[in-house]
Design a protein around this ligand. Structure first.
Ligand code: FES
Length: 81
């Protein structure tokens, strides 16, 4: 059984297994990573840090490539900021 850690996704508290990327946490929360300028929900495409479709605000830092960042306890993740 993997260790669980707690973070906030758009202000909602959630638990994810240790080793989960922020992009996967967003998918588990059924939230898009961001919304395009035309209003289309966007999510991870490449999963390896190239496409930038998974940009999110992580601990106040904008445009983090969430597919490359592991969740940490107490992390504050925001979409569309
Ligand atoms: S999914 Fe492509 S950079 Fe994250």
């Amino acid at each position: 059984m993997p260790d669980l850690l707690v973070l906030k996704m758009n202000g909602v508290t959630m638990e994810v297994p240790a080793g989960t990327t922020v992009a996967v946490a967003a998918m588990l929360a059924c939230m898009p990573c961001r919304t395009s300028v035309s209003g289309t929900p966007r999510g991870p495409l490449c999963g390896m840090g190239i496409c930038f479709e998974c940009r999110m605000t992580i601990n106040g830092t904008q445009h983090g490539r969430s597919c490359q960042i592991l969740c940490e306890p107490g992390m504050d993740v925001r979409t569309d900021e």
